[in-house]
Ligand binder design. Structure first.
Ligand SMILES: Nc1ncnc2c1ncn2[C@@H]1O[C@H](COP(=O)(O)OP(=O)(O)OP(=O)(O)O)[C@@H](O)[C@H]1O
Length: 320
């Protein structure tokens, strides 16, 4: 059996992936290029090549080495100064909107204080598997690849972690097998703690989106979180105002429980781009709690997320 005979047994799509093939003493050794494939497609490719080659006469063993160009993957951090301002809601919907706009995206939930992505993306209780010590992301609503601290430890457990443990967990999530994802949206815990420091020092985000509600206190904290990233030279892509303007589902009158326009004014003051506002809406909360976030499909509810995603996508393109 020559290596030409071996190659001709493979169909053209498989053959195109083989960068070298060699047969000696009944053992076929192939180097197969798996660039651009996710975890599932990679093992399918390996199985397909193995099945064809092992069925050939004179072949007793098949050894396959998969290689892949490391994709250029950028981290987009979603941060806030305070908890409960809608950072997780924005992170999930931003990731889904980016995905619909054609960006290959994965979502990391690094919020040790309250990992909420399993609930938002409807895969609470799922446990990721690992291959060669590397975690394989789970698939959440909208086919979004996702890994959360909440998938690794029971709710509340991660809270007691000390600095090095939180850093280790973040690294495990970020260095998981994200396949061909070009962007990882990272939902950070609120504030300026260990996770943020590890993020800046070890995994350097391409940029940060800051979320705040319009109240003064939330804004002051958001500005402080912004300073941490800015001081470390991580660009702030812009500010998002969440929970602005509540439209009464009964009479339609719009009120502003947390004030209005505060984030846009703060963005102006801080000379940062303002990315948009998301209304306070019962439907946004209900859909997030039910594991069917609004940005799963394009509609009235997804519109503010879609607009923010479009600005973020242009920013990523321009800064590449
Ligand atoms: N625009 C909105 N309209 C209505 N409810 C919202 C909106 N944004 C977020 N919520 C709800 O507010 C609560 C807090 O939101 P979320 O978990 O996204 O905030 P967070 O900043 O990530 O909080 P934490 O710091 O606790 O993780 C959730 O119940 C969520 O569904």
């Amino acid at each position: 059996m020559t290596h030409e005979q071996l190659l001709s047994a493979l169909d053209p799509a498989l053959r195109a992936r083989v960068s070298s093939a060699h047969v000696a003493n009944g053992t076929a050794t192939l180097v197969v290029d798996a660039s651009g494939l996710g975890a599932g497609a990679r093992s399918e490719l390996e199985n397909d090549v193995e099945r064809v080659v092992s069925a050939l006469p004179e072949i007793e063993h098949v050894r396959i080495a998969l290689t892949a160009e490391k994709p250029v993957r950028r981290i987009l951090a979603v941060a806030s100064g305070k908890g409960g301002v809608g950072k997780s809601t924005l992170a999930a919907n931003l990731a889904l909107a980016l995905k619909r706009q054609g960006v290959k995206v994965g979502l990391v939930d690094a919020d040790i204080y309250g990992p909420s992505q399993p609930q938002i993306l409807g895969n609470t209780g799922a446990k990721p598997e690992a291959r060669e010590k590397q975690l394989i992301p789970l698939i959440g609503a909208g086919e979004l690849p996702v890994l959360s601290i909440g998938h690794l430890v029971p709710a509340g457990k991660a809270l007691a972690w000390r600095g090095p443990m939180t850093g280790g967990a973040l690294t495990q999530l970020i260095e998981a097998d994200w396949g061909d994802a070009e962007v990882l949206v990272v939902d950070l815990p609120p504030g300026t703690g260990d996770v943020q420091l590890t993020m800046i020092q070890k995994h350097r985000p391409a940029g940060v989106v800051l979320v705040s509600t319009p109240q003064d206190l939330a804004l002051i904290d958001a500005a402080r979180a912004g300073q941490l990233f800015d001081g470390a030279g991580v660009p702030i892509i812009g500010l998002v105002e969440n929970m602005s303007g509540y439209a009464c589902p009964h009479c339609g009158e719009v009120s502003d429980p947390f004030g209005s326009g505060g984030v846009e004014q703060a963005a102006e003051r801080l000379e940062l781009p303002f990315l948009g506002r998301i209304p306070l809406s019962m439907a946004i909360r209900e859909r997030s709690d039910a594991g069917t976030p609004p940005a799963l499909e394009e509609n009235e509810l997804s519109a503010p997320f879609d607009a923010i995603a479009a600005s973020v996508a242009s920013w990523l393109e321009e800064s590449a």
